[in-house]
Each structure stands twice: as structure tokens, then as C-alpha cells.
Design a protein around this ligand. Sequence first.
Ligand SMILES: Cc1cc2nc3c(=O)[nH]c(=O)nc-3n(C[C@H](O)[C@H](O)[C@H](O)COP(=O)(O)O)c2cc1C
Length: 207
Amino acid sequence: MTQLLVIKSSVTGAASVTNGLIDRMVDRLRHDVPGLVVTSRDLDASPVPHLSSATLGGIGRGEMGEGSAPTRLLSDTMIAELQAADMLVIGAPMYNFGIPSTLKSWFDHVLRAGVTFQYGADGPKGLVRQKPVIVVEARGGLYSEGPASVMDAQEPHLRGMLGFMGLADVEFVRVERLAFGPDVAGPAIEAAARRLAAIGLTPALAA
Ligand SMILES: Cc1cc2nc3c(=O)[nH]c(=O)nc-3n(C[C@H](O)[C@H](O)[C@H](O)COP(=O)(O)O)c2cc1C
């Protein structure tokens, strides 16, 4: 059995570029990989709540208060999904130069000391089982080069959080300049679709 975990975080519904690209990729993988099991979390349809003083104990920081039990269950469930996956696909639109707050909440629940990372004499160490990660990033502007690149609080943040859990095999598929008009946006989306198709049947999924 081969397991794919998909995390979507767009709030733009049917117009979502990241969701559209991910759906095309997953359709193809379902066709190409016999027995593929896809676990999907759409953080727009089912947002992960923000942490609060009442729930923080659920992720192992501080006391397990009365309100912590549902948080612990959600965190445990999402970490189990992450550990079980042979490949992880994340849809990450750029909202105000960073990731959507719902996606940050997902990370807040899966980055757990002693569970997905730990500190030792050599510093931090990731505890999540190795797997390829594909991040589909959509942006209205251009950040991979040029003057706005210093404003990119999306890709470095994602790379840092994934790496902290031990996930260093990350491919970022960027769709940029979506706000520059249809003549620019259309080809950018199709180029990303071709890139995702070329990633194709990875050894992780073929195993
Ligand atoms: C609330 C919001 C904030 C946005 N902030 C930025 C931004 O800071 N920089 C940028 O280049 N594009 C920004 N955009 C444009 C989105 O990155 C772009 O529309 C992208 O397609 C969103 O991905 P999606 O279509 O999957 O939702 C923003 C869009 C929204 C809805």
C-alpha cells in the first residue's frame, strides 16, 4: 500500500491555483499508482484551530488542561498521517508574503517536541520518517528573483519547518506572477502542471 498525504490551504475555492494543480496531479497519480491511498486535509473546509492558552497542553507544552484533549487527539492524528505517508504534497498559496494562517496552524500541531523533533547534545534532530515533499506555491508577484525576493516569508519558512522535522527532500513548484495578467498567469500555471507531471511516479510511490 502506498500512501500520499495532501494538505491544501487555499481559501479561494474553485478559483484556487494550488488546489487545481494538486487535483490534476492526484488524478494522474491515482491512475498511475495501483492501490494508492490518498489522505487529504483541506484546511479551508476543515481549518485546524489556532493554539490558545486553553489548548497548548495538547501539543505537549505546559499542562494538559481541560481543553487540551481535543487538541492532543488532533495533533496525534495529523502526526500519524504525516508519519504514515510515503509522499507529502502541500498546497501553499502566498498570503501577505507568508503561508496561510491555517497552514501555520497545521504546522503548530505537528511540530511537537519529543514526537516530530527533539533536542540533544548536537542540537535539534527531526524525527519524521523520510519522504519526498512537494510544495506547490502560488504567488501574485515574483519572488524567486528580483527586488521582491527579500519579501519571501513563505518558502524559507516552509523549508525551515519541514527541515526541523527531518524532511529535507523538498521540491518547491512555484507559480509566480499570477497577478501580471492572463498572458503571464496561464503559461505559469501550465509550466507548473508540466513540472508536477514530470515529477511523476517517484520511487517513493512506486515502492
Ligand atoms: C488574502 C490574500 C493575500 C495575498 N497576498 C499576496 C502577497 O503577499 N503576495 C503575492 O504575491 N500574492 C498575494 N496574493 C495572491 C495569491 O498568492 C495568488 O492569488 C495565488 O493564486 C493564491 O493561491 P490560490 O489560488 O491557490 O489560493 C494574495 C491573495 C490573497 C487571497
